[in-house]
Design a protein around this ligand. Structure first.
Ligand code: UDX
Length: 473
Protein backbone atom coordinates (compact mmCIF):
# COMPACT_ATOMS: atom_id res chain seq x y z
CA UNK A 1 0.00 0.00 0.00
CA UNK A 2 2.74 2.40 1.01
CA UNK A 3 4.58 1.60 -2.23
CA UNK A 4 1.41 2.35 -4.21
CA UNK A 5 1.09 5.69 -2.45
CA UNK A 6 4.73 6.67 -3.19
CA UNK A 7 4.22 5.72 -6.83
CA UNK A 8 0.85 7.30 -7.35
CA UNK A 9 0.07 10.34 -9.50
CA UNK A 10 2.48 13.18 -9.97
CA UNK A 11 5.00 12.59 -12.70
CA UNK A 12 5.36 9.44 -14.68
CA UNK A 13 9.07 8.99 -14.35
CA UNK A 14 10.47 6.63 -11.73
CA UNK A 15 12.90 8.40 -9.43
CA UNK A 16 15.94 6.47 -8.21
CA UNK A 17 18.11 7.77 -5.38
CA UNK A 18 21.57 6.20 -5.47
CA UNK A 19 23.35 6.31 -2.10
CA UNK A 20 27.12 5.93 -2.05
CA UNK A 21 29.82 5.50 0.58
CA UNK A 22 32.03 8.59 0.40
CA UNK A 23 35.18 7.04 -1.11
CA UNK A 24 36.35 7.42 -4.72
CA UNK A 25 36.21 3.66 -5.37
CA UNK A 26 32.53 3.66 -4.40
CA UNK A 27 31.39 7.01 -5.83
CA UNK A 28 32.68 6.14 -9.32
CA UNK A 29 30.70 2.93 -9.97
CA UNK A 30 27.55 4.17 -8.23
CA UNK A 31 27.50 7.49 -10.07
CA UNK A 32 28.09 5.62 -13.32
CA UNK A 33 25.12 3.41 -12.53
CA UNK A 34 23.00 6.53 -11.82
CA UNK A 35 24.05 7.98 -15.19
CA UNK A 36 22.96 4.80 -16.98
CA UNK A 37 19.55 4.94 -15.29
CA UNK A 38 19.20 8.61 -16.31
CA UNK A 39 20.14 7.70 -19.90
CA UNK A 40 17.23 5.24 -19.87
CA UNK A 41 14.74 7.97 -19.03
CA UNK A 42 14.62 7.67 -15.23
CA UNK A 43 15.21 10.51 -12.83
CA UNK A 44 18.42 9.77 -10.92
CA UNK A 45 19.83 11.47 -7.83
CA UNK A 46 23.15 10.66 -6.16
CA UNK A 47 23.13 11.05 -2.38
CA UNK A 48 26.36 11.25 -0.45
CA UNK A 49 27.83 13.16 2.47
CA UNK A 50 28.01 16.96 2.70
CA UNK A 51 31.78 16.94 2.86
CA UNK A 52 32.09 14.68 -0.18
CA UNK A 53 29.77 16.85 -2.24
CA UNK A 54 31.90 19.87 -1.35
CA UNK A 55 35.06 18.06 -2.53
CA UNK A 56 33.35 16.97 -5.74
CA UNK A 57 32.21 20.51 -6.49
CA UNK A 58 35.69 21.89 -5.84
CA UNK A 59 37.69 19.31 -7.78
CA UNK A 60 35.66 18.00 -10.68
CA UNK A 61 36.34 19.55 -14.06
CA UNK A 62 33.31 18.18 -15.90
CA UNK A 63 30.55 16.83 -13.78
CA UNK A 64 27.45 15.12 -15.08
CA UNK A 65 24.33 17.16 -15.73
CA UNK A 66 21.93 14.24 -16.01
CA UNK A 67 22.16 13.18 -12.37
CA UNK A 68 21.14 15.37 -9.43
CA UNK A 69 23.29 15.54 -6.28
CA UNK A 70 21.84 15.69 -2.76
CA UNK A 71 23.59 15.66 0.62
CA UNK A 72 23.01 13.28 3.50
CA UNK A 73 24.95 13.38 6.75
CA UNK A 74 27.54 11.05 8.27
CA UNK A 75 27.65 13.21 11.40
CA UNK A 76 30.97 14.76 10.33
CA UNK A 77 29.80 17.40 7.88
CA UNK A 78 32.88 19.58 8.33
CA UNK A 79 35.53 17.01 7.39
CA UNK A 80 34.18 13.48 6.91
CA UNK A 81 35.95 10.28 7.96
CA UNK A 82 39.18 12.08 8.96
CA UNK A 83 37.36 13.65 11.92
CA UNK A 84 36.18 10.33 13.36
CA UNK A 85 38.11 8.69 16.21
CA UNK A 86 37.85 5.22 14.64
CA UNK A 87 36.26 3.32 11.79
CA UNK A 88 33.67 1.92 14.19
CA UNK A 89 32.78 5.42 15.42
CA UNK A 90 32.46 6.66 11.86
CA UNK A 91 30.21 3.80 10.73
CA UNK A 92 28.01 4.14 13.79
CA UNK A 93 27.59 7.86 13.31
CA UNK A 94 26.89 7.40 9.60
CA UNK A 95 24.26 4.79 10.41
CA UNK A 96 22.42 7.12 12.79
CA UNK A 97 22.75 10.40 10.90
CA UNK A 98 22.53 8.79 7.48
CA UNK A 99 19.23 7.05 8.35
CA UNK A 100 17.78 10.31 9.63
CA UNK A 101 18.87 12.49 6.72
CA UNK A 102 18.07 9.93 4.01
CA UNK A 103 14.57 9.65 5.50
CA UNK A 104 14.28 13.45 5.34
CA UNK A 105 15.49 13.45 1.74
CA UNK A 106 12.89 10.90 0.67
CA UNK A 107 10.20 12.86 2.55
CA UNK A 108 11.31 16.07 0.82
CA UNK A 109 10.88 14.46 -2.61
CA UNK A 110 7.51 13.00 -1.64
CA UNK A 111 6.17 16.57 -1.60
CA UNK A 112 7.29 17.14 -5.19
CA UNK A 113 6.16 15.76 -8.54
CA UNK A 114 8.99 13.20 -8.47
CA UNK A 115 8.68 11.10 -5.30
CA UNK A 116 11.40 8.50 -4.78
CA UNK A 117 10.37 5.09 -6.12
CA UNK A 118 13.63 3.19 -5.66
CA UNK A 119 16.86 3.45 -3.68
CA UNK A 120 20.05 1.84 -4.97
CA UNK A 121 22.55 1.64 -2.13
CA UNK A 122 26.21 0.93 -1.71
CA UNK A 123 26.69 -2.42 0.03
CA UNK A 124 28.78 -0.71 2.75
CA UNK A 125 25.68 1.23 3.86
CA UNK A 126 23.70 -1.68 5.26
CA UNK A 127 21.30 0.60 7.19
CA UNK A 128 19.76 2.00 4.00
CA UNK A 129 17.52 -1.04 3.59
CA UNK A 130 15.74 -0.20 6.88
CA UNK A 131 14.94 3.28 5.58
CA UNK A 132 13.78 1.84 2.27
CA UNK A 133 11.48 -0.69 3.99
CA UNK A 134 9.93 2.08 6.08
CA UNK A 135 8.71 3.70 2.87
CA UNK A 136 7.85 0.45 1.14
CA UNK A 137 9.82 1.41 -1.95
CA UNK A 138 12.17 -0.75 -4.02
CA UNK A 139 15.65 -1.33 -2.57
CA UNK A 140 18.64 -2.46 -4.65
CA UNK A 141 21.97 -3.30 -3.06
CA UNK A 142 25.05 -2.62 -5.20
CA UNK A 143 28.22 -4.65 -4.60
CA UNK A 144 31.52 -2.90 -5.34
CA UNK A 145 33.75 -6.02 -5.24
CA UNK A 146 34.01 -8.85 -7.76
CA UNK A 147 31.39 -11.60 -7.56
CA UNK A 148 34.18 -14.08 -6.74
CA UNK A 149 35.17 -12.08 -3.66
CA UNK A 150 31.50 -11.64 -2.74
CA UNK A 151 30.97 -15.40 -3.02
CA UNK A 152 33.57 -16.04 -0.29
CA UNK A 153 31.86 -13.62 2.08
CA UNK A 154 28.54 -15.16 1.18
CA UNK A 155 29.82 -18.65 1.98
CA UNK A 156 31.38 -17.43 5.22
CA UNK A 157 28.01 -16.02 6.17
CA UNK A 158 26.30 -19.30 5.33
CA UNK A 159 28.73 -21.17 7.58
CA UNK A 160 30.41 -22.95 4.67
CA UNK A 161 33.77 -21.34 5.45
CA UNK A 162 35.35 -20.79 8.83
CA UNK A 163 37.01 -17.72 10.27
CA UNK A 164 39.71 -16.93 11.13
CA UNK A 165 41.41 -18.62 8.23
CA UNK A 166 44.70 -18.57 10.06
CA UNK A 167 48.00 -19.62 8.53
CA UNK A 168 48.86 -23.21 9.35
CA UNK A 169 46.04 -23.44 11.88
CA UNK A 170 42.61 -23.79 10.38
CA UNK A 171 43.15 -24.19 6.65
CA UNK A 172 45.87 -22.90 4.37
CA UNK A 173 44.09 -23.47 1.07
CA UNK A 174 40.39 -23.22 0.42
CA UNK A 175 38.58 -24.93 -2.40
CA UNK A 176 35.18 -23.52 -3.25
CA UNK A 177 33.14 -24.40 -6.25
CA UNK A 178 33.51 -21.91 -9.11
CA UNK A 179 36.82 -20.57 -7.77
CA UNK A 180 40.44 -21.67 -8.22
CA UNK A 181 42.06 -23.04 -5.02
CA UNK A 182 42.98 -20.05 -2.86
CA UNK A 183 46.08 -19.97 -0.68
CA UNK A 184 46.31 -18.00 2.55
CA UNK A 185 47.87 -14.91 0.95
CA UNK A 186 45.45 -15.01 -1.98
CA UNK A 187 42.27 -14.56 0.04
CA UNK A 188 40.72 -11.20 0.88
CA UNK A 189 42.80 -9.84 3.77
CA UNK A 190 39.80 -9.66 6.11
CA UNK A 191 39.58 -13.45 5.98
CA UNK A 192 43.27 -14.20 6.14
CA UNK A 193 44.04 -11.92 9.05
CA UNK A 194 45.35 -13.60 12.17
CA UNK A 195 44.07 -12.27 15.49
CA UNK A 196 41.01 -10.09 15.96
CA UNK A 197 38.78 -9.73 12.93
CA UNK A 198 38.78 -6.33 11.20
CA UNK A 199 35.73 -4.13 11.92
CA UNK A 200 35.16 -4.31 8.16
CA UNK A 201 34.46 -8.03 8.48
CA UNK A 202 31.52 -7.44 10.85
CA UNK A 203 30.12 -4.99 8.33
CA UNK A 204 30.66 -7.43 5.47
CA UNK A 205 28.84 -10.15 7.40
CA UNK A 206 25.93 -7.79 7.95
CA UNK A 207 25.84 -7.09 4.20
CA UNK A 208 25.61 -10.75 3.34
CA UNK A 209 23.08 -11.47 6.07
CA UNK A 210 20.82 -8.92 4.38
CA UNK A 211 21.37 -10.41 0.95
CA UNK A 212 19.13 -13.33 1.94
CA UNK A 213 15.97 -11.26 2.15
CA UNK A 214 16.52 -8.90 -0.74
CA UNK A 215 14.88 -8.91 -4.18
CA UNK A 216 17.45 -6.85 -6.05
CA UNK A 217 21.22 -7.22 -5.72
CA UNK A 218 23.64 -5.97 -8.36
CA UNK A 219 27.37 -6.44 -8.76
CA UNK A 220 29.89 -4.32 -10.66
CA UNK A 221 31.19 -7.12 -12.86
CA UNK A 222 30.04 -8.98 -15.94
CA UNK A 223 28.80 -12.52 -16.43
CA UNK A 224 31.47 -13.62 -18.91
CA UNK A 225 34.28 -12.57 -16.56
CA UNK A 226 33.08 -14.82 -13.74
CA UNK A 227 30.97 -17.42 -15.53
CA UNK A 228 31.98 -20.49 -13.51
CA UNK A 229 31.51 -18.71 -10.24
CA UNK A 230 28.09 -17.41 -11.20
CA UNK A 231 27.06 -20.91 -12.24
CA UNK A 232 28.28 -22.33 -8.93
CA UNK A 233 26.23 -19.74 -7.02
CA UNK A 234 22.92 -20.27 -8.80
CA UNK A 235 20.19 -20.47 -6.18
CA UNK A 236 22.52 -19.35 -3.38
CA UNK A 237 22.12 -15.59 -3.83
CA UNK A 238 20.17 -13.09 -5.91
CA UNK A 239 23.26 -11.32 -7.33
CA UNK A 240 23.07 -10.05 -10.92
CA UNK A 241 25.94 -8.61 -12.93
CA UNK A 242 25.54 -5.08 -14.28
CA UNK A 243 29.13 -3.97 -14.99
CA UNK A 244 31.61 -2.87 -15.88
CA UNK A 245 30.72 0.56 -14.54
CA UNK A 246 33.14 2.50 -16.72
CA UNK A 247 32.12 5.75 -18.49
CA UNK A 248 30.63 4.68 -21.76
CA UNK A 249 32.92 6.64 -24.06
CA UNK A 250 35.56 4.03 -23.15
CA UNK A 251 33.16 1.22 -23.98
CA UNK A 252 32.30 2.36 -27.47
CA UNK A 253 29.99 5.29 -26.66
CA UNK A 254 26.61 4.30 -25.29
CA UNK A 255 25.81 7.57 -23.52
CA UNK A 256 26.64 10.71 -25.48
CA UNK A 257 29.58 12.67 -24.09
CA UNK A 258 30.18 10.28 -21.18
CA UNK A 259 33.96 10.63 -21.00
CA UNK A 260 34.59 10.66 -17.25
CA UNK A 261 32.98 9.49 -14.03
CA UNK A 262 32.26 13.12 -13.16
CA UNK A 263 32.94 13.23 -9.42
CA UNK A 264 36.59 13.61 -8.54
CA UNK A 265 37.57 14.07 -4.91
CA UNK A 266 40.98 15.53 -5.88
CA UNK A 267 42.00 17.85 -8.68
CA UNK A 268 43.43 15.90 -11.62
CA UNK A 269 46.53 17.17 -13.41
CA UNK A 270 45.06 16.18 -16.76
CA UNK A 271 46.77 18.68 -19.03
CA UNK A 272 50.26 17.88 -17.79
CA UNK A 273 49.72 14.10 -18.01
CA UNK A 274 48.23 14.10 -21.49
CA UNK A 275 50.76 16.54 -22.92
CA UNK A 276 53.58 14.40 -21.55
CA UNK A 277 52.00 11.13 -22.74
CA UNK A 278 51.61 12.65 -26.21
CA UNK A 279 55.41 12.83 -26.49
CA UNK A 280 55.83 9.10 -25.88
CA UNK A 281 55.71 6.18 -28.35
CA UNK A 282 52.84 3.71 -28.40
CA UNK A 283 52.64 1.35 -25.39
CA UNK A 284 55.91 2.70 -23.98
CA UNK A 285 54.72 4.11 -20.64
CA UNK A 286 54.20 2.40 -17.27
CA UNK A 287 51.27 3.96 -15.43
CA UNK A 288 51.54 3.53 -11.65
CA UNK A 289 48.65 4.10 -9.25
CA UNK A 290 47.46 2.61 -5.97
CA UNK A 291 43.96 4.04 -5.99
CA UNK A 292 42.52 6.46 -3.51
CA UNK A 293 43.00 4.76 -0.15
CA UNK A 294 46.21 2.74 -0.04
CA UNK A 295 48.98 4.08 2.11
CA UNK A 296 52.27 2.42 1.17
CA UNK A 297 55.18 2.16 3.60
CA UNK A 298 58.25 4.32 2.92
CA UNK A 299 60.24 1.16 2.15
CA UNK A 300 57.64 -0.03 -0.40
CA UNK A 301 57.58 3.36 -2.12
CA UNK A 302 61.37 3.33 -2.31
CA UNK A 303 61.45 -0.15 -3.85
CA UNK A 304 58.89 0.82 -6.48
CA UNK A 305 60.87 3.96 -7.26
CA UNK A 306 64.18 2.19 -7.85
CA UNK A 307 62.44 -0.68 -9.61
CA UNK A 308 60.91 1.78 -12.08
CA UNK A 309 64.22 3.56 -12.54
CA UNK A 310 66.01 0.35 -13.44
CA UNK A 311 63.41 -0.63 -16.06
CA UNK A 312 64.42 2.45 -18.07
CA UNK A 313 61.01 3.06 -19.56
CA UNK A 314 58.97 6.25 -19.09
CA UNK A 315 56.56 6.14 -16.16
CA UNK A 316 53.64 8.20 -14.90
CA UNK A 317 53.18 7.73 -11.16
CA UNK A 318 50.21 8.94 -9.10
CA UNK A 319 51.42 9.57 -5.57
CA UNK A 320 50.08 11.90 -2.91
CA UNK A 321 52.80 14.01 -1.21
CA UNK A 322 55.65 12.84 -3.49
CA UNK A 323 58.24 15.20 -1.97
CA UNK A 324 57.62 13.63 1.43
CA UNK A 325 57.40 10.04 0.22
CA UNK A 326 60.05 9.71 -2.48
CA UNK A 327 63.81 9.48 -1.89
CA UNK A 328 65.47 12.81 -2.81
CA UNK A 329 68.06 11.10 -5.02
CA UNK A 330 65.27 9.44 -6.96
CA UNK A 331 63.41 12.70 -7.53
CA UNK A 332 66.55 14.48 -8.71
CA UNK A 333 67.50 11.54 -10.92
CA UNK A 334 64.36 11.61 -13.04
CA UNK A 335 65.11 14.97 -14.64
CA UNK A 336 62.67 17.57 -15.92
CA UNK A 337 60.69 18.52 -18.98
CA UNK A 338 59.77 16.26 -21.83
CA UNK A 339 63.03 14.36 -21.58
CA UNK A 340 62.46 13.28 -17.99
CA UNK A 341 62.43 9.58 -17.19
CA UNK A 342 59.03 9.83 -15.60
CA UNK A 343 56.54 12.20 -14.02
CA UNK A 344 54.92 12.03 -10.62
CA UNK A 345 51.51 13.65 -10.14
CA UNK A 346 49.26 13.73 -7.09
CA UNK A 347 46.07 12.74 -8.95
CA UNK A 348 44.99 12.24 -12.54
CA UNK A 349 41.96 11.23 -14.54
CA UNK A 350 42.88 7.54 -14.54
CA UNK A 351 40.68 6.57 -17.46
CA UNK A 352 42.06 9.31 -19.67
CA UNK A 353 45.55 8.00 -18.91
CA UNK A 354 44.72 4.29 -19.33
CA UNK A 355 43.03 5.04 -22.65
CA UNK A 356 46.09 6.88 -23.99
CA UNK A 357 47.91 4.94 -26.68
CA UNK A 358 51.28 5.61 -25.00
CA UNK A 359 50.39 3.51 -21.94
CA UNK A 360 51.60 -0.10 -22.15
CA UNK A 361 51.44 -1.31 -18.56
CA UNK A 362 49.37 -0.54 -15.46
CA UNK A 363 51.20 -1.08 -12.17
CA UNK A 364 48.19 -1.26 -9.86
CA UNK A 365 47.08 -2.17 -6.34
CA UNK A 366 44.25 -4.15 -8.01
CA UNK A 367 41.41 -2.21 -6.41
CA UNK A 368 38.29 -3.57 -8.07
CA UNK A 369 37.59 -0.41 -10.09
CA UNK A 370 41.17 -0.16 -11.31
CA UNK A 371 41.13 -3.84 -12.25
CA UNK A 372 37.91 -3.43 -14.24
CA UNK A 373 39.24 -0.29 -15.88
CA UNK A 374 42.47 -2.07 -16.89
CA UNK A 375 40.42 -4.96 -18.29
CA UNK A 376 37.97 -2.68 -20.08
CA UNK A 377 40.76 -0.70 -21.74
CA UNK A 378 42.91 -3.75 -22.50
CA UNK A 379 45.94 -2.49 -20.57
CA UNK A 380 48.24 -5.31 -19.33
CA UNK A 381 48.63 -5.14 -15.54
CA UNK A 382 51.22 -5.72 -12.84
CA UNK A 383 49.47 -6.26 -9.52
CA UNK A 384 50.97 -5.03 -6.26
CA UNK A 385 47.98 -5.69 -3.99
CA UNK A 386 47.82 -4.19 -0.50
CA UNK A 387 44.77 -5.39 1.43
CA UNK A 388 41.04 -6.17 1.28
CA UNK A 389 39.93 -7.80 -2.00
CA UNK A 390 43.12 -6.80 -3.83
CA UNK A 391 45.22 -10.01 -3.41
CA UNK A 392 42.38 -12.09 -4.83
CA UNK A 393 41.93 -9.65 -7.73
CA UNK A 394 45.68 -9.88 -8.44
CA UNK A 395 45.48 -13.68 -8.50
CA UNK A 396 42.65 -13.52 -11.03
CA UNK A 397 44.53 -10.96 -13.14
CA UNK A 398 47.45 -13.35 -13.48
CA UNK A 399 45.97 -16.85 -13.30
CA UNK A 400 42.34 -16.69 -14.34
CA UNK A 401 42.10 -13.87 -16.87
CA UNK A 402 45.76 -13.96 -17.96
CA UNK A 403 46.01 -10.19 -18.33
CA UNK A 404 49.05 -9.53 -16.20
CA UNK A 405 51.48 -10.59 -13.51
CA UNK A 406 51.21 -10.49 -9.72
CA UNK A 407 54.44 -9.03 -8.28
CA UNK A 408 55.05 -11.00 -5.09
CA UNK A 409 56.09 -9.77 -1.64
CA UNK A 410 59.13 -11.01 0.24
CA UNK A 411 58.91 -12.41 3.79
CA UNK A 412 58.85 -8.87 5.20
CA UNK A 413 55.79 -8.07 3.11
CA UNK A 414 57.63 -5.84 0.63
CA UNK A 415 57.64 -6.16 -3.16
CA UNK A 416 61.32 -5.57 -3.84
CA UNK A 417 62.71 -3.55 -6.77
CA UNK A 418 63.93 -6.69 -8.57
CA UNK A 419 60.44 -8.20 -8.50
CA UNK A 420 58.91 -4.94 -9.76
CA UNK A 421 61.41 -4.90 -12.62
CA UNK A 422 60.89 -8.57 -13.46
CA UNK A 423 57.10 -8.26 -13.49
CA UNK A 424 56.95 -5.12 -15.60
CA UNK A 425 59.45 -6.53 -18.10
CA UNK A 426 57.35 -9.69 -18.33
CA UNK A 427 54.20 -7.82 -19.39
CA UNK A 428 56.08 -5.33 -21.59
CA UNK A 429 57.88 -7.56 -24.03
CA UNK A 430 58.60 -10.67 -21.93
CA UNK A 431 57.80 -14.25 -22.89
CA UNK A 432 54.17 -14.03 -21.78
CA UNK A 433 53.54 -10.51 -23.09
CA UNK A 434 51.98 -11.56 -26.41
CA UNK A 435 49.47 -13.82 -24.72
CA UNK A 436 48.73 -11.20 -22.07
CA UNK A 437 47.95 -8.60 -24.72
CA UNK A 438 45.73 -11.03 -26.64
CA UNK A 439 43.81 -11.88 -23.47
CA UNK A 440 43.50 -8.18 -22.59
CA UNK A 441 41.92 -7.46 -25.98
CA UNK A 442 39.59 -10.44 -25.59
CA UNK A 443 38.36 -9.23 -22.18
CA UNK A 444 37.88 -5.71 -23.44
CA UNK A 445 35.68 -7.07 -26.20
CA UNK A 446 33.67 -9.10 -23.67
CA UNK A 447 33.27 -6.05 -21.40
CA UNK A 448 31.99 -3.89 -24.25
CA UNK A 449 29.62 -6.64 -25.33
CA UNK A 450 28.20 -7.15 -21.82
CA UNK A 451 27.21 -3.50 -21.37
CA UNK A 452 26.14 -2.82 -24.99
CA UNK A 453 22.56 -3.17 -26.23
CA UNK A 454 21.38 -6.76 -25.69
CA UNK A 455 24.41 -7.71 -23.58
CA UNK A 456 24.12 -9.56 -20.26
CA UNK A 457 24.69 -6.51 -18.04
CA UNK A 458 22.54 -4.33 -20.27
CA UNK A 459 19.64 -6.77 -19.89
CA UNK A 460 20.00 -6.93 -16.11
CA UNK A 461 19.89 -3.13 -15.85
CA UNK A 462 16.93 -3.01 -18.22
CA UNK A 463 15.15 -5.55 -16.00
CA UNK A 464 15.16 -3.03 -13.15
CA UNK A 465 14.25 -0.09 -15.41
CA UNK A 466 11.27 -1.92 -16.89
CA UNK A 467 10.14 -3.08 -13.44
CA UNK A 468 10.22 0.49 -12.09
CA UNK A 469 8.44 1.88 -15.14
CA UNK A 470 5.72 -0.77 -14.84
CA UNK A 471 5.26 0.04 -11.13
CA UNK A 472 4.70 3.68 -12.04
CA UNK A 473 1.85 2.92 -14.41
C1 UDX B 1 38.56 0.59 -2.86
C2 UDX B 1 39.03 -0.86 -3.04
O1 UDX B 1 40.39 -0.99 -3.26
C3 UDX B 1 38.23 -1.59 -4.06
O2 UDX B 1 38.73 -2.87 -4.28
C4 UDX B 1 36.83 -1.59 -3.60
O3 UDX B 1 36.07 -2.51 -4.27
C5 UDX B 1 36.36 -0.17 -3.68
O4 UDX B 1 37.13 0.64 -2.81
P1 UDX B 1 40.40 2.14 -4.10
O5 UDX B 1 41.41 1.48 -3.24
O6 UDX B 1 40.36 3.59 -4.13
O7 UDX B 1 38.93 1.58 -3.79
O8 UDX B 1 40.71 1.58 -5.59
P2 UDX B 1 39.82 1.38 -6.86
O9 UDX B 1 38.71 0.43 -6.62
O10 UDX B 1 40.75 1.02 -7.94
O11 UDX B 1 39.18 2.81 -7.14
C6 UDX B 1 39.93 3.97 -7.41
C7 UDX B 1 39.21 4.83 -8.40
O12 UDX B 1 39.87 6.10 -8.44
C8 UDX B 1 39.23 4.28 -9.81
O13 UDX B 1 37.96 4.36 -10.40
C9 UDX B 1 40.23 5.16 -10.56
O14 UDX B 1 39.88 5.40 -11.90
C10 UDX B 1 40.18 6.44 -9.76
N1 UDX B 1 41.49 7.15 -9.80
C11 UDX B 1 42.57 6.63 -9.16
C12 UDX B 1 41.58 8.33 -10.48
O15 UDX B 1 40.63 8.80 -11.09
N2 UDX B 1 42.77 8.98 -10.47
C13 UDX B 1 43.87 8.53 -9.85
O16 UDX B 1 44.89 9.21 -9.91
C14 UDX B 1 43.77 7.30 -9.17
Amino acid sequence: LKRKKMNQGRGNVPHVVVVTYPAQGHINPLLQFAKILASKGLKATLATTHYTLKSITTNTTTTTTTVGFEPISDGYDGGGFELASSLEAYLESFRAMGSKTLTELIMKFSETDCPVTCVVYDCMLTWVIDVVRQFGIVGVVFMTNSASVCSLYCRLNRGELSFPVEKGKVISTIKMSGLPPLGFSEMPSFLAQPGDPSPYLALIMEMFQLLDGIDWAFCNSFQQLETELMEAMVGLWPLKMVGPMVPSAYLDQQIKGDTSYGASLWKPTSYKCLRWLDTKPQHAVIYVSFGSMASLSAKQVEEIAWGLKSIQRPFLWVLKEPEKKLPKEFLSSIGEGETEAGIVVTWCDQLEVLAHQAVGCFLTHCGWNSTLEGLSLAVPMVGVPQWSDQPMNAKFVEEVWGVGVWAKRNDEGIVMRGEIERSVREVMGGEKSGEIKRNALKWREAAVKAISTGGTSYKNIDGLVEFLKAEKN
